[in-house]
Design a protein around this ligand. Structure first.
Ligand code: PMP
Length: 294
């Protein structure tokens, strides 16, 4: 559990950190967020994550709470105060607090900024990846701007919960035409019959994953062809390999989709190779350059 959380200018103990009850993030999910991996005390791809945060704010006309360098300082402080070596940084920016009223026009609000740094177990994640995970397909019931990383996550909560009830770890979301959009909290990939990595092309229907973007470059450097094209469940069932990408799990092998074993039923060699080399190719910035002061 995190011990110190940054909220609006203050570093608070976990149990004492809070936002106003009329924060629009709480009442309307009027809020955007980012998750950045901390790997061996380094932030992975922070530039791309902060670029995406800026884009999300911009798309929704949420004012940036501060400059990028001030935000980077808060990230560094939060990581340092919690002494996180491996884990995640979670950032959330809400539009701010105002008496509950739907329209945003004409309101000049101060955004709320929350920063949490949490340790997670790398070895636990590695042992899950060594076996691979199961996913189930469920209907994609989300809104029309899934390219914006908002906290409007109830469909993902429900999809993940039904996956867990079915003994799986992730849900792959299927659109009304039968195409897989992405995972509930990851991008979905297969290695198709032509030995190409295949993942859906970007649009308003899915999140432009940072791990997805970096992996496309990594694949290029490793000589693996990538096609950005949607696939359906049938194509996934007969894929040679499958995996998910996300900042919190990087590349997570998928060995079962619904009732179907994928490939040999164990993590595929290409997936494993990409998982091994991913961090080496990604941008890595020390998360906390100086020792913590208490
Ligand atoms: N799609 C969705 C819906 C997600 O929630 C996430 C993780 N936040 C991703 C894709 C993966 O994105 P990233 O690689 O930037 O973590």
């Amino acid at each position: 559990m995190s011990r110190i959380i940054y909220v609006n200018g203050h570093y608070r103990r976990y149990g004492e950190a809070g936002v106003h009850v009329e924060d629009r993030g709480l009442q309307f999910a009027d809020s955007v967020y980012e998750v950045i991996e901390i790997y061996n005390t380094q932030l992975i791809d922070p530039t791309r994550h902060l670029d995406r945060l800026e884009r999300s704010m911009n798309e929704l006309s949420i004012s940036p709470p501060m400059s990028r360098s001030a935000l980077s300082h808060i990230i560094e402080q939060t990581v340092r105060r919690n002494r996180v070596h491996n884990g995640i940084v979670y950032l959330q920016v809400t539009r701010g607090t105002a008496p509950r009223d739907f329209p945003i026009n004409g309101k000049d609000l101060s955004p709320t900024l929350i920063c949490i740094a949490r340790a997670t177990s790398r070895s636990a994640r590695d042992s899950i990846a060594a076996k691979g995970i199961s996913v189930v397909t469920v209907p994609d019931i989300r809104w029309g701007r899934c390219d914006i990383k908002t906290v409007m996550l109830l469909p993902a909560v429900l999809a993940k919960s039904s996956a867990h009830q079915a003994g799986a770890s992730e849900a792959w979301l299927v659109d009304t035409d039968g195409w897989i959009t992405e995972g509930a909290s990851s991008n979905a990939w297969i290695l198709n019959q032509d030995n190409e990595l295949q993942t859906r092309s970007l649009s308003h229907a899915l999140l432009p994953g940072i791990t997805r973007q970096t992996l496309i470059e990594v694949a290029g450097k490793t000589g693996i062809r990538v096609v950005e094209q949607a696939f359906n469940a049938e194509q996934a069932y007969t894929a040679k390999e499958a995996f998910n990408t996300s900042a919190s799990a990087t590349i997570m092998p998928v060995v079962r989709i619904d009732e179907q074993s994928i490939g040999s039923g164990t993590p595929g060699p290409i997936t494993q190779k990409l998982r091994q080399v991913f961090h080496h190719h990604a941008e890595r910035i020390p998360a906390s350059a100086r020792p913590a002061k208490y």
